[in-house]
Design a protein around this ligand. Sequence first.
Ligand SMILES: Cc1cc2nc3c(=O)[nH]c(=O)nc-3n(C[C@H](O)[C@H](O)[C@H](O)COP(=O)(O)OP(=O)(O)OC[C@H]3O[C@@H](n4cnc5c(N)ncnc54)[C@H](O)[C@@H]3O)c2cc1C
Length: 274
Amino acid sequence: LSNKDWKDYDRVVNRLEDICQLAKELGIGIMIDAEQSYYQEAIDHFALHLQQKFNRIQDTHHEALVYNTYQMYTKSGQHKLERDTRWAEQKGFTLAVKLVRGAYMVSETKRAKDLGYPSPIQDTLEDTHASFNGAILFLLNKLQEHHCSTRQILSPTTSPVVFMIASHNRESVVLTVEEMERHHVSPQSGVIQFGQLYGMQDQISYILGKNGYSTYKYLPYGMIDQVLPYLVRRVQENSAVLESVSKEQQLLLQEIKKRFLFKKEEDPEITPPV
Ligand SMILES: Cc1cc2nc3c(=O)[nH]c(=O)nc-3n(C[C@H](O)[C@H](O)[C@H](O)COP(=O)(O)OP(=O)(O)OC[C@H]3O[C@@H](n4cnc5c(N)ncnc54)[C@H](O)[C@@H]3O)c2cc1C
């Protein structure tokens, strides 16, 4: 790297640290999105640096501030998650994870083909599902190990990992809820959150929230000519959303009928344990 590159690098680090410092003072978290694999190494580098600085377990009133995103549709996803968990343990900071399947499958596969290197993306949808669900089990297991070795009640201030399941996939959400119950992780513990896009799989977010699970809705905002293409891309990549459109229509119809007929409230579909 040239001297100028190093100066640019320092400026990026300083700006990112300023943002995190402000977030810390305001008491809000920062989630760093994941992008295409050819940028991701750099994003991970900065994210780990920020986590090491702002998620330190020894800090007073410690609570993980910076989340990094792990794309489980990549073949390297599980390895990265395990590597960073070990690194966080060694360096004494909380690994804060946003778990996603991944949004750039088409462009990644095309680029790999055009440039003649093996695609970084899992070969099949089933492999991606297995990788994503495997990561959920891996992270829950980390919580369990921590609880068994320290006997501490799980909380964001003591936990070695905290994570968000950012997914519209019903099976993955149900798996998480069932495993939380099996491992006695309370919905209110604050160590596991769920995230869906606003307007997508709202019925899942609604039921999770109603049962006390920490649930976030991502609300994209901006100019209409930027937001609409973004939302169209999101719908295209979300097979879980497309498959459930008729289900969602059915639930909406049910809700409309209920309101008109003043029927007693009934919970649709999944009912996670309280
Ligand atoms: C709150 C939130 C934040 C997000 N942030 C990010 C982010 O920072 N970076 C990012 O990249 N994405 C992000 N996403 C999008 C996410 O990665 C997925 O694209 C999207 O959520 C669809 O996956 P799913 O788990 O909801 O369910 P599904 O609809 O069950 O899964 C669809 C996903 O499976 C994978 N897939 C589909 N077909 C195949 C195939 N043939 N082979 C292999 N894999 C396949 C793709 O990843 C596809 O997106 C975010 C999503 C949410 C809800």
